[in-house]
Design a protein around this ligand. Structure first.
Ligand SMILES: [Zn+2]
Length: 764
């Protein structure tokens, strides 16, 4: 078992000490696994495509400070342990803590006080934001029978939290007040294409109640699509095919969603803009100008409510009309029909809207040398109920990481750059706490922001995943190669790579062409759905989002509680502990490396993948249109991507030259004077900013990044190259012709900055 490779001072694939420690470790004396380890180490050395380093690879950015960094990291890595992190989660999930409530404030204060106990400077930073809570909600099936549909979940004796009266009845954050009644229409996932299918089938939703299942796109966009087509109200439910018994045992026997569980959540139109809907693009300070509620465009005007599949079943069962088209049948034991009716629903929703304070907890570790460079690490703290997975597994991870950093500081570690640990509030409503904080410091962050690391639902199972801007890929690879996967006893990097390669082999079209792309482990592009959004899409700061995921069906329900985590999520808290180590090493290297630990070739490779996937999407749509009997009104467009391909190729050449210069500088390992380091880091930090365009994206100007944004119709899933992607989605050749030069120009600017950085590195 390769525990914390940083502990084995001279690790070389064939180093005898590593073998010895395996042979004589009390836990597993078997020779086979020793050999497996040596083989793994060899593969690892080969796979990380960076020059091999003795001991645990520190990754990019270190010149002459490697030994001191190793000592500090060893001090840090000795701290995180399962018992502690378990204790934090127990305390964090003691009571439900929705944003803006007294419980929410109590939780903020306890997190602040704990961080202070670690010797860190921690403060509450408050914003006044629009929030709603349910005042009165009712939902009735009126035809074919009178029946109240409940918005409460059924508890289980063995799980004391599951029947607490302290939890609000299920509701939607930023949901509208109102009354609505009418025939029900089933709209599958409530995506744009699902409503287009209903139109094609001649079924109108105007004046009716839309029933749609969770999944695929962001829930707010389901309500938006229905509202745009004149629906009177919307009911969203979790179908057992998506996260219930069709996936496996349901709670409390298993991790999947039981019959009475309800997914709460925000219905803000997230892909148009997150944050306080009354102050788009500016911070919700006391003096902020607020758009009147009745004029708001980014939250629904029609009422909506969430229900369980237990309550949705009698409604779905009472639908007649056409059979559900292919792909619309769910997991309930009967054939689905789409209506309209005969089922009729009556809903009454009264929301208590008000501007309320929320509390971010901001903890600052000063930078010894570059105080004006900020590395930010964040996790939200507010939850819909107990939040054991979402988000407090991340909060517990952040606390345990902070405890370790506190010990490293006491042992003399001094980060070069300022390190900010942020515990956000109001995320569940619409990334509110982080967005207001970023909007409030936009100028300063624009000048000083280096990177943002996010953990939201840090642990819901064993599978490591990392999304983000590929500039951070090599850093994450180096950290993952240092740490061991606790169950499999092999380097995390190996497990992560093999899982991703399996998925790639499944998805990548088989192609015999020698040019066919080979597998390359990279970070997934980010869309939205968590607190990295404002950092990347508004402030142009490279971000990463990390998590361990698994079988998890209780999202945003009463059952996302400590009992679920202890039984199913991470019973021994091994993955929480590992996550704390990953985050700690990332925070230490980003704030401690002499040179910013960035590499840009992975970015170019990421862009090549995004372009390839967009070209495949266009081709797929053209073929479908050719095959279809009903020629669509607007044919799909068939644009020329060559200018984009050339711009990416130029970016790649410059990126590889810069990376090679950085590799050479690090291999020399000679110290550089502060001024030179500053020039190099200025140029490296500036590359990501060149992708921002103050004019913003078409129809959603809050989003200013031209490479990344959430899909306009997806909300969660990313649309790389969002401007031209939107033109493809809207079959708008003129829009494409308008957006392509913008994108090519921004890439040319980034390439120019890469070349300038290379000159700074080579000292020419
Ligand atoms: Zn969350």
């Amino acid at each position: 078992m390769l525990l914390d490779l940083s502990k084995t001072r001279a690790f070389r694939p064939l180093h005898w000490k590593a073998v010895a420690s395996r042979l004589w470790s009390p836990t597993r004396p078997d020779l086979l696994s020793v050999l497996a380890t040596v083989a793994a180490a060899l593969a690892l050395g080969a796979a990380s495509d960076r020059p091999p380093e003795p001991g645990c690879p520190l990754g990019p950015g270190f010149l002459s400070s490697r030994e001191s960094e190793r000592k500090a990291e060893a001090r840090f890595l000795a701290v995180p342990n399962p018992e502690k992190v378990h204790g934090y989660l127990r305390a964090l999930t003691e009571e439900p803590h929705i944003a803006g409530t007294p419980q929410g404030l109590r939780e903020a204060e306890s997190v602040r006080d704990r961080l202070k106990q670690f010797g860190l400077d921690s403060q509450l930073v408050s914003f006044d934001v629009l929030l709603n809570y349910p005042k009165a909600v009712s939902l009735k099936l009126t035809v074919p029978e009178q029946r109240d549909l409940t918005l409460r979940e059924t508890g289980y004796l063995r799980d004391k939290d599951s029947y607490s009266p302290d939890v609000f009845p299920a509701f939607h954050g930023y949901g509208a007040s109102g009354r609505a009644s009418g025939q029900v229409v089933y709209a599958n996932y409530g995506r744009k294409e699902d409503f287009e299918k209903l139109e094609e089938m001649g079924v109108a939703v105007r004046g009716r109640i839309v029933l749609a299942r969770y999944g695929e796109n962001f829930r707010g966009l389901k309500v938006r699509e229905a509202q745009q087509r004149g629906a009177a109200g919307v009911i969203l439910y979790s179908d057992p095919a998506d996260d219930g018994y069709a996936k496996g045992d349901v709670y409390p026997e298993g991790p999947w969603r039981p019959e009475s569980a309800i997914q709460r959540g925000s219905v803000q139109f997230l892909s148009i803009g997150p944050g306080d809907p009354q102050t788009p693009g500016r911070a919700s300070t006391k003096s902020a100008v607020r758009i009147p509620i009745e004029k708001l465009e980014t939250i629904p005007r029609i009422p909506s409510l969430p229900i369980s599949y237990g309550e949705a079943a009698p409604v779905l069962k009472s639908l007649a009309g056409q059979n559900a088209p292919s792909g619309w049948q769910g997991g309930l034991p009967f054939a689905y029909h789409i209506g309209p009716g005969p089922a009729q629903i009556e809903m009454a929703v009264e929301m208590d809207y008000a501007v309320r304070p929320i509390w971010n907890v901001i903890t600052t570790i000063p930078g010894a040398e570059e105080p004006d460079r900020w590395v930010v690490f964040g996790n939200h703290r507010d939850a819909w109920t107990y939040g054991a997975v979402d988000p407090n597994s991340g909060t517990a991870v952040m606390l345990e990481m902070a405890r370790g950093l506190g010990e490293a500081l006491k042992a003399g570690w001094k980060p070069r750059r300022k390190l900010i640990l942020a515990s956000w509030d109001g995320e569940e409503y619409g990334l509110v706490g982080s967005t207001e904080w970023v909007e409030n410091l936009a100028e300063e962050l624009g000048a000083k922001g280096v990177a943002y690391i996010n953990v939201d639902s840090a642990v819901s199972g064993p599978d490591f995943g990392a999304a983000g801007v590929p500039t951070l890929r090599d850093l994450i690879v180096s950290v993952a190669s240092c740490l061991e996967e606790p169950r499999k006893g092999r380097p995390l990097l190996e497990i992560w790579r093999s899982k991703r390669q399996e998925e790639w082999a499944e998805q990548e079209p088989l192609c015999t062409d020698a040019q066919a792309p080979a597998f390359y482990l990279n970070l997934d592009p980010v869309g939205s759905g968590s607190d990295y959004t404002a950092f990347l899409d508004f402030a142009g700061i490279p971000v990463a989002d990390l998590h361990f995921s698994g079988s998890y069906g209780v999202y945003h329900s009463m059952f996302d509680d400590l009992y679920w985590m202890e039984k199913f999520g991470d019973p021994e808290f091994l993955y929480h502990t590992l996550a704390a180590k990953i985050c700690g090493l990332m925070a230490m290297r980003l704030s401690g490396a002499e040179i910013l630990p960035f590499r840009f070739s992975p970015y170019a490779r990421g862009m090549e993948t995004y372009l390839r996937e967009l070209q495949r999407l266009v081709l797929k749509r053209l073929r479908a249109a050719e095959a279809s009997l009903n020629k669509p009104e607007k044919p799909p467009i068939n644009p020329d991507f060559k200018p984009l391909g050339s711009a990416i190729a130029a970016f790649r050449t410059a990126a590889e030259a810069l990376d090679a210069a950085l590799d050479r500088l690090e291999a020399e390992g000679r110290p550089l004077d502060a001024a030179r380091r500053g020039r190099i880091n200025d140029s490296l930090a500036g590359v990501e900013r060149s992708f921002l365009d103050p004019a913003g994206l078409q129809g959603r100007t809050w989003f200013r990044h031209l490479l990344f944004a959430p899909g306009l119709n997806t909300g969660y899933a990313p649309w790389p190259f969002p401007g031209i992607r939107q033109a493809v989605e809207e079959k708008d050749p003129a829009a494409f012709e308008r957006e392509l030069p913008r994108l090519v120009h921004t890439l040319a600017e980034a390439t120019r900055r890469l070349r300038a950085a290379e000159q700074a590195v080579s000292g020419t």
